[in-house]
Design a protein around this ligand. Sequence first.
Ligand code: AMP
Ligand code: MG
Length: 432
Amino acid sequence: MTHQHPRTPDLLSVEEARERILALVSVLEVVESPLLEALGQVLAEDAVAGLDIPPWDNSAMDGYALRRQDIEGASPQHPATLRVIGYVAAGEVPFQHVGPGAAVRIMTGAPIPPGADTVVPFEDTDEVSRKAPAGRGSPEEIGILSAPPKGSSVRLRGEDVACGTVVLPRGTVLRPSEGGVLASLGGATVKVIRRARVAILSTGDELVSPGQPMAPGKIYDSNSYTIAGLVKKYGGVPTVMGIARDNLASMHDMLGKGLMADMLITSAGVSKGDYDMVKDVLSELGDIAFWSVRMRPARPLAFGVLRGEGGRQVPHLGLPGNPVSAMVAFEELGRPALLKMMGRTRLDKPTVEAVLEDTIANHDGRRVYARAVVTRRGDTYYARTTGPQGSNILTSMARANGLAICPEDVPALYPGQRVQVRMLDWDEEGVY
Ligand code: AMP
Ligand code: MG
C-alpha cells in the first residue's frame, strides 16, 4: 500500500482504483464440489471425457431398425414388407441379428441391433393397420412406406462427445448446460475454484438491525443486506456480521472477527469526518489506503490487505455509507475483485448504448453513475433515470436495471443524446 497513514486520501480514477484492488487479490484454492453446488463456479481443470456419448449407436425415433438395402424404393403404394424379429426398448441390449428381410421394433434411445443400419419411424410404416399380438405390441410383419437415406434416425456412438477429448476447458464457468455435460460423463463431483467467504460489517452508531425496535435518531441497516445480496448474486458466500459502533473498541472487535473470511467488506466510516478513527484500527490490522475516487456516487473508499489467521491475507474493502454509494462502489470495484478470487476472468458488466430520455448533470468532473431503467423499443435501447439521484435514495436503485454513465469530462448529458449504460443484471461479458 502506498500510504500507511494517509493525511489526505489518494485521488484515483475508477480504473486506477479497480487496478489497485485487482492487483491485491488472488485466486482462491481448488475444491472438489458436488455438481449442483458448483454451478456458477469456474472449472479448475480440463474435463476430459472418459467415455463416448452416446456410448453406442442408438435410435433417434420410435420405429423399426432395418437394413436400408431391404427397403429400396419403398412407398405407400409399394411398401417393403419385413419380418419383425424382436423388440428393443431404451435400456435394453438387443441380441437379435437383423438379417435380410428382417426388422426389429425399436424405441428412442435403444441401441441399434447388430446388422441394422437405419431406423424408419412408426409414422412411415403401416403399423397402425396391423393387428399387434399380445405382449409388447410388435406385429409379425411390418410394411415400410418410405426409404429414407441409410443411417436415418440413427445417433452414432461418440457423435456428441468422443472419449479422450477435452469437453470443457479449465476456466469454463459452469452453467446448467455444463453441469449436464459433466453429469453425462458420469462424475458426481467436479474440481472448481472455491467460493469466496465474505464477511460484511456495517458501521455506525445510528444503525439498528432489521427486526429490532426503531428508536429516535436511528435508521435500519440496509447496507448489510444490499452487499450480502450482491455477494450472493455473484457467487460468494456472505456472512452478515452485524454492526460495529463508532468507537475504537467496537471497531477493533468486529473487524477482528471479519478476518476469518476471505474478504472483509465494511460500509461507512470512510468519509472525511470518520476515517481518522477507522484508519487507526485498520492500520493495526494490516495495510490500508484511503481513496477519493472520481465517481458519483461513492467517492470515498478504503482498500487494503489485513492480516488474517496464520498470516493469511484478507482483502478489505471499505465502502461508503450511503446506501446507493455502497452498492455502486461494490458493483464497480468490489464485484470484479470477488469474481477474480473465484477464478473468473470476465469481469466487466455489459454496456449498452441507449438514447437518454432525461438529463444527467455532472457538476464536478467525476464519472456519474445514474440509476436508470433501460427498455428496448424496436432496435433501440432507451434509458430513463429513476427519479431523485441522491445517494441515500435506495428505492432509485431498486427501480433501476442499469447505471447510465456520464463521463468525467462531460458537464451534462441531455435528452436524445447517446449514453452508455452498465447493465446490472446481465452476466459479465468478454472472452476467456
Ligand atoms: P458515513 O459514511 O458513516 O458518513 O455514512 C453516510 C451515510 O450513510 C449516513 O447517512 C449514514 O447514516 C448512512 N449509512 C451508513 N451505514 C448505513 C447502513 N448500513 N445502512 C443504511 N445507511 C447507512
Ligand atoms: Mg457513520
